[in-house]
Design a protein around this ligand. Structure first.
Ligand code: MG
Length: 239
């Protein structure tokens, strides 16, 4: 029964996304991400990251679903960043730049974030929003599919945030590992592992001796009833 509810909720989100995309394609109404971009740039003063996050959260709670990490899990992401104090972060899946802002505002002066986004539209919007937040000086956005961009990466990372296509979490993590892009004790923070029933990914990080993994139960972003969760896995280089 629980699975059925989860499936219905997920189906509802996907259908709404398709309707929204279709309506904006046929110019019946504005695409919701364009509306959010305008609101974020207009309502929030420049260099005020919190005002941007508040604007996006308000829209997602009251107008239409947005696939950001959201306010509840977003605070867990920020806490994980502060605890790890990473020098170099990697983010897969940027969308509107919401989580990039949450990561960037917790980084120390010399730390930085590289973010990979496959969609042209989201890539452009996130650039405008993050730059409006005043946090883009330590941010390197890269456009392309993660599986195409990751092989070009040369630096090592201490923190990886996974929030892109759900069927790519596992293969991308394996590529990142194979390429030696993880520093010892790197933190892998994966969103939506319950909502999308990510058993393959979870069984990999939980059963591999290379990772020490813990699960935190949460609600899905912008929902008070739909279960979700995040998985935080720590990489042990020598295992
Ligand atoms: Mg997510």
């Amino acid at each position: 029964m629980k699975n059925l509810y989860r499936l219905l909720d997920l189906t509802k989100i996907i259908i709404n996304e398709i309707i929204d995309y279709g309506a904006s394609y046929f110019r019946v109404k504005k695409f919701k991400v364009d509306i959010v971009e305008n609101l974020a740039l207009k309502n929030a003063n420049k260099n005020n990251p919190q005002a941007i996050l508040d604007t996006i959260d308000y829209y997602a709670w009251n107008e239409a679903f947005l696939m950001n990490i959201g306010d509840e899990k977003g605070l867990l992401l920020e806490k994980a960043i502060r605890e790890k104090n990473p020098a170099n972060c990697l983010e897969l899946g940027v969308y509107l730049g919401y989580s990039s802002i949450r990561i960037l505002r917790n980084l120390h002066e010399n730390s930085k974030l590289t973010s990979i986004e496959a969609s042209n539209k989201y890539f452009e919007i996130s650039q405008k929003i993050v730059s409006h937040s005043g946090l883009s000086n330590r941010w390197k956005p890269m456009k392309g599919k993660s599986k195409d961009v990751i092989p070009s990466l040369k630096e090592k990372y201490d923190f990886v945030f996974l929030d892109h296509w759900k069927d790519e979490y596992l293969s991308d993590l394996k590529t990142i590992q194979r390429q030696g892009l993880l520093n010892d004790k790197a933190v892998i923070f994966a969103d939506n592992v319950v909502l999308f029933n990510m058993e393959d990914y979870l069984s990999y990080v939980r059963n591999s001796s290379t990772f020490e993994s813990k699960f935190i139960s949460t609600m899905r972003e912008y929902s008070k009833t739909q279960p979700d969760g995040i998985e935080i896995s720590i990489f042990n280089k020598d295992d």
